[in-house]
Design a binder for this molecule. Sequence first.
Ligand code: GLA
Length: 394
Amino acid sequence: MLAEEFEARHGSQPLGFWSAPGRVNLIGEHTDYNQGFVLPFAIDRRAVVALGAAPDARPTARVSSTFSAEIVEIALDDLAPDALDGWSAYPLGVAWALAERASAAAAAASGTRTDLPGFTLHIHSAVPIGAGLSSSAAIECATAVALNEFWQLGLTPKELARVGQIAENQAVGAPTGIMDQSASMLGRSDAAVFLDCRSMQTESVPLGLGAEGLEVLVIDTRVSHDHATGGYAARRASCELAAATMGVESLRDLAPADLPRMQEELDDETFRRARHIVTENDRVEETVRRLETSGPRAIGDLLDASHVSMRDDFEISVPELDLAVEVSQANGAIGARMTGGGFGGSALALVPHAARPALKAAILKAFAEQHFRRPDLFVVQPSAGATMEGQTRD
Ligand code: GLA
């Protein structure tokens, strides 16, 4: 179907298809840009791109998508963060970041610029937009794996994750960390990605949900958020202020034992922001330990504590997310928390299969009673990261 859409929009055949997933973060929120720990997993909702060659005299990028009627076209030489906006800034930001990297590598090797061929890209995504499930990282990573192959750049999955983050930071203008793109690139089925955002060391941590009769229910509150504006950047600034005041490179360098000293030196709000990061790093490590020794039924209280910390200390929750979490906890969930950057988006509940129908009904009822928008409820499966899906021809 994507091949036909590609042909209808661009009048040619794609060379192949690549896909990358959205993510749910199990635990470790706002720790990534503090050089800390995160434990996300890739989900079974993916962005797929079809990519074809574009033999113009002047190499050109041409992108289209199923969420817009427009075709955005720009010469590769003109790619620059300031030249990009709207939905196309995600794929074209990746093209720009990759082209920069390729040019730098070519210049270092031979002192010349590299001539990259133009391309045509058509995007379809099944990752809901604005739900806090990294629809943007899915598009970035699908584009990155496609162009990495088309341009024969040979970059590793971790390098491609960094390219996606650079696109998001510079072309989209959202000062986000490396978590989402890492999950989208490195996900494995039935496992979470344990990432140390300082060393960039990763470990695949088996979740074993099916064997325990558990599933992860996503509650998309449909409260929209935008990390390019407002609260996200303010939280990041508070963390940087706290680290500078405490004389450390990042909050990663502080441990729970430092909290009394932090409370003395930081103003109340900055202290609470920093306390969230310090305790959250600790919870991520403890979650990994418990998954490895006792399995997923043992992590519920850590998920719950993470939510309280985000609600009260980091102050990134909203009433809809708190309600989703509370109703989940009261209706059979093993643990629940908001997931992602906050200020809207989704919560997750770790829930036994058998409890799901009653939990869903309870959430819908509670939201209706509060006159909140009807949330979207769906189960996600921990899934594989970005990959080539197939070739149209040799
Ligand atoms: C967003 C960002 C991530 C991360 C989370 C919060 O998803 O893109 O880098 O900071 O928020 O954990």
